[in-house]
Design a protein around this ligand. Sequence first.
Ligand code: T4K
Length: 361
Amino acid sequence: MPEKPVYVTQPTLAPLEEYMEILKGVWERGILTHNGPLVVQLEKELKEKLAVDHFTIVSNGTIALQMAIKALELKGEIITTPFTWVATVSAIKWEGCTPVFCDIDPETLNIDPAQIEKLITEKTVAVMPVHVFGNPCDVKAIEEIARKHQLKVIYDAAHAIGSFVDGTSVLHWGDISATSLHATKLFNTAEGGACITKDADLDARLKRIRFFGHNEVKDIVEDGFNGKLTEIHAALGLANIKYYDRVLEDRKKKYNYYRSGLEGVPGLQFQVTKTGETNYSYFPVIFPSEEILLRVEKNLNAHNFFPRRYFFPSVNLYNNIVGYQPTPVSEDIAKRIMCLPLYFQLKEEDMIQIINLVKEG
Ligand code: T4K
């Protein structure tokens, strides 16, 4: 049994000395925020690393989603998935739009494109799918539906840095992709997020919205707000980015280690990738019943392992914030799914124990 608790994740952090070295410049310049040189540099490095067109760093992934809705001037119904973190839906609501829930594919755990069209009404303005656990959505089917009905597409790509479709970043897809750089994500700036788009004008608008609606000479030209990331956070990102490739590679190895250790265990199911390549950022296991899940969770906790029930419950059941709309697949899977610990520093001996405890059922 590990001495210290093993949680579902742990942030990957560059050595402290490397972070301090970058912070020295912040102290010298005295510029702490307002899209300073480190934010600009991190934007450039991430843009190049991910080979995307435009990259706007913001203070967190929820603000990135809100900014995407604001920049596209959406008002009306947005079709989204109930199998997600509550932020997907709160962003829609905070921007004055109405979430409409489309059920998920039971294998990919992403929005089921075959069920989107029947939910489209004259009030529908956009689709907001989530690349759940980094698993790319069926982006081509979604694009076709959006084109046909003239809808905008915003991807909640909170988990999807490092995922690919046709050999390029999945963040290319949609009018805007919004990602998260939160401490629990594969690449982190403690708190942080970003909007990615192919459209230069839209990117310029996102950058204005992020900064109170200022243009270059600080006139107010947009209905903006404060979505800025600090230099302190950007410094962490610049320290961490050197380890990005290693972390990505390690995730895949560890994912496959769990998979082969749990292969063939009766009743267990795993997320299926049907489009592109996932970044293996989470290791979700679907149990045959909630009863078995709760038993395994209790046993793991007793041995100092703390997996997490991402995403439970299905968001359409948060009826204090959204009206109930039935999505039986999501509701069922949400009860039976749990993410096992998966992060760079996780030890093999811990993975072996976790595998054995899950196998005990
Ligand atoms: N869309 C989707 C699909 C999302 O999943 C999220 C966020 C968003 C949008 C919004 O992005 P942000 O606005 O957050 O950038 C986490 C995160 O707070 C959240 O970012 C994430 N998704 C969500 C899935 O999970 P919790 O409730 O798991 O956090 P917590 O505190 O229980 O942490 C889990 C484990 O991680 C802990 O047991 C220990 C470890 N940990 C955590 C933190 C925060 C650390 O070791 N260090 C840390 O600093 O929420």
